[in-house]
Design a protein around this ligand. Structure first.
Ligand SMILES: Nc1nc2c(ncn2[C@@H]2O[C@H](COP(=O)(O)OP(=O)(O)OP(=O)(O)O)[C@@H](O)[C@H]2O)c(=O)[nH]1
Ligand SMILES: [Mg+2]
Ligand SMILES: [Zn+2]
Length: 279
């Protein structure tokens, strides 16, 4: 039989077919091949023995969070508790580009900001909109619901950013566990412990445990360059310009002229430096 893994708890894989969920184990064979089944994987399984026998070819596989076959990523980004960080946001965007997942910025906790702080963040977000990304606020439930149809969407973002809270708001029947943020940050504790695939509004959504820090050493310079999509609007004299130490760089000029958001460029510099250091 064929089904999709919707949850994994230790060595139990919950495999969903059109009408039932089977609790399957996994043979060592995959481990030898260095493939681990992930939530989102389509698998072939023996319904009698409850063994997963094969993993179907994947569209993509992410490691953080560990999920497969993803179309789009809701980057759940809080304005406060945890604090808004363009650095984290830009890293997540690079990660999504790397896996061919369409990033959608989803902003939470605007209500915790003063009017002035809100204006400041909205200015930054309108920049992201202008370079082509969809930006949604967690108060725009109707708009958010429309995004899910016929897609597999992963919710990702820092612990306490409000992933599970938003899902509960979208569908009150879900009753996902949510955490008290002051406690979560203090103890570095995650409220959501497992990745879970949930059918929602004509699509599939994956709630995932948040993270507290990220490292991105696996990227190449080319990948990072590609993920800063707006840089392509400023062709440099040299085609392979890294936009770092080069003279007459159109990207650096655009930063100077205020056409490229300063934080985008500094985050780019930091990522490129991390790659350099890692090599
Ligand atoms: N003021 C305010 N609080 C929010 C908002 N969204 C979520 N919260 C609160 O933030 C806390 C953490 O929310 P969760 O939904 O558990 O966060 P999470 O991203 O699922 O966290 P993990 O499961 O640990 O990754 C809870 O106390 C929520 O009530 C918001 O828009 N405004
Ligand atoms: Mg959660
Ligand atoms: Zn350049």
């Amino acid at each position: 039989m064929q089904g999709q893994i919707v949850k994994i708890i230790s060595d139990t894989h919950f495999v969903k077919t059109s009408n039932e969920v089977y609790e399957c184990k996994c043979r060592g064979k995959f481990r030898n091949q260095k493939i681990t089944p992930l939530v989102g994987d389509e698998v072939i399984f023996d319904e009698k023995e409850k063994w997963i026998t094969a993993i179907c070819p994947r569209k993509n596989a992410l490691t953080r969070p560990p999920v497969a076959n993803i179309d789009q990523g809701f980057l759940i980004t809080s304005c406060k508790q945890p604090d808004f960080s363009t650095n984290l946001l830009d890293k997540l965007i690079v990660l999504m580009h790397h896996h061919h997942v369409v990033p959608i910025l989803c902003i939470t906790k605007m209500d915790l900001l003063s009017k002035e702080e809100q204006t400041e963040i909205k200015k930054i977000l309108s920049y992201y909109q202008n370079i082509g990304y969809t930006v949604l606020y967690n108060t725009e439930l109707a708009k958010i619901k429309k995004q899910f149809k016929d897609k597999t969407t992963v919710f990702t973002g820092q612990t306490g950013s409000g992933k599970s809270t938003l899902l509960n708001k979208l569908d009150a029947n879900l009753k996902l566990q949510t955490g008290e943020i002051s406690l979560a940050l203090g103890r570095g504790k995650h409220t959501t412990r497992h990745v879970e695939l949930i059918p929602l509004f004509g699509g599939k959504v994956l709630d995932t445990p948040g993270f507290s820090a990220l490292d991105f050493h696996m990227f190449s310079k080319e990948e990072i360059k590609d993920a800063f999509v707006e840089f392509k609007n400023y062709p440099c004299k040299y085609q392979d310009c890294n936009h770092l130490k080069e003279d007459h760089c159109a990207v650096k000029d655009a930063v100077q002229a205020g056409k490229i958001l300063k934080s985008r460029y500094t985050n780019y510099q930091k990522l490129m430096a991390e790659v350099e250091e890692y090599r």
